[in-house]
Design a protein around this ligand. Structure first.
Ligand SMILES: *Cc1c(COP(=O)(O)O)cnc(C)c1O
Length: 396
């Protein structure tokens, strides 16, 4: 038994149930609301809106669906420009293609690893010069860290362009006293299995414009006009969240703040016990922000070591530990070949640097102390450092 457990693969980020989910699932069964609507859906929306402090929310089948709805509500159409962070997961940009619009990618800055206000300004300068402003800007908050929202919003307000926050990875994070996802016109969250809380799969669209959220619900239920006979005057989607999934979400939401603390603790342990390795630079936490530290992300400064991020990923894999490179920038993806791209530094692409030198460590809120020690010691051994013992594993 004990040995079996030792051999279990240490995963990057796995689902972590609280035990409270079943009560809500049972309620769905007891009332026979086994459908993409019901009390759990309504209450999950209400409870999440309260948690992040927005006026309205709609629960949908995925974070990607939520982003797609946001673009529809902003009326993004064929050939419109949409600015989007280049350093992200492809789901941030795919909905732009669903609408046959044209993505323009924006580099990251060293302060947040997220959208660079400087590169964004350069993109706006260009767009203005050809007299074609973007319809929307999608700002992604990766690994829990918020982008520089004050600076980004100021630029976008100047051009009167709405902002969509892709907060799929930053639910529970705070930027200057307000929850991530509540600063722009729309925010989206994801409850995929690997996210900080999960519904097995699902997403949420939030906004302080209640009428837009109402419209989103209409679009997400096949755009059915008010008529008994199913009248349709515009294209709709089947994007609503199931009442069972929403039940899982309600149970998960109750422990979200706890999950944030647990993930932050993982980060602190890694930071404390790996900081002897001078080449390691952990993902920043901008002043005035609290990251949920969804994943502990770091880069290896290539000027300070010959060990590459791939070397670490390989040695961890040999020890049955899952680690991953950082997201490959969208402007480097074959899918987006030829897309315009604006960088932060004149000669260097910061997002490319992050991708080439970075990795994510196992960060689940359900990692045991032994798991964290194993990861730390596997990396320490690669740098010929002594092992830390369980009793030494403290934050302070
Ligand atoms: C997970 C994720 C999404 C998509 O969420 P799904 O629920 O999987 O559709 C979007 N953007 C980012 C940055 C993500 O990490």
């Amino acid at each position: 038994m004990e040995e079996d457990k030792m051999e279990e693969r240490i995963l990057l980020s796995s689902p972590h149930m609280s035990g409270r989910e079943k009560k809500y699932i049972d309620e769905a069964f007891d009332t026979n609301w086994i459908a993409p609507l019901g009390a759990n859906v309504d209450n999950f929306e209400k409870e999440l809106a309260e948690y992040v402090d927005v006026k309205a929310a709609t629960a949908v089948s995925s974070g990607t669906a939520a982003l797609h709805l946001a673009l529809k509500l902003i009326d993004v159409k064929e050939e419109d420009y949409v600015f989007c962070s280049t350093f992200t997961f492809v789901a941030s940009a795919n909905p732009i293609l669903y609408e046959k619009a044209t993505p323009i990618f924006i580099d990251s800055d060293p302060e947040t690893w997220n959208m660079s206000p400087k590169a964004l300004q350069a993109a706006f300068d260009y767009a203005k010069s050809i007299n074609k402003l973007p319809k929307a800007v999608i700002v992604v908050h990766l690994y829990g860290q918020s982008a520089q929202m004050d600076e980004i919003l100021e630029i976008c307000y100047e051009y009167n362009v709405p902002v969509i926050e892709d907060s799929a990875e930053s639910l529970g994070s705070i930027y200057k006293g307000k929850k991530s996802g509540t600063h722009g016109l729309f925010g989206i969250y994801s409850f995929n299995g690997n996210k900080i809380i999960t519904t097995s799969g699902g997403g949420m669209l939030v906004s302080n414009h209640s009428e837009m959220i109402q419209k989103a619900q209409f679009l997400a239920t096949q755009a059915r006009d008010r008529a008994l006979h199913y009248e349709h005057s515009e294209i709709g989607f089947n994007y609503r969240m199931s009442n069972i999934s929403a039940g899982i979400g309600r149970g998960q939401l109750e422990v979200l703040d706890q999950r944030v603390q647990e993930r932050r603790k993982n980060f602190e342990l890694y930071e404390k016990h790996l900081s002897e390795i001078e080449a390691i630079e952990f993902a920043p936490e901008l002043k005035g922000t609290t990251s949920n530290r969804w994943l502990t992300a770091l880069i290896l400064n290539p000027e300070k070591t010959n060990v590459s991020s791939n070397d670490i990923i390989t040695v961890l894999a040999q020890n049955n530990i899952e680690a991953r490179p950082l997201w490959k920038p969208m402007h480097q993806q074959p899918l987006f070949e030829g897309a315009l791209y604006f960088n932060h530094f004149e000669k260097e692409n910061f997002a490319e640097y992050l991708f080439e030198n970075g990795l994510c460590l196992p960060s689940g809120s359900n990692l045991s102390k032994a798991d964290v020690i194993k990861v730390i010691n596997t990396i320490r051994s690669l740098f010929h450092l002594s092992k830390v013992e369980e009793k030494e594993l403290t934050v302070n």
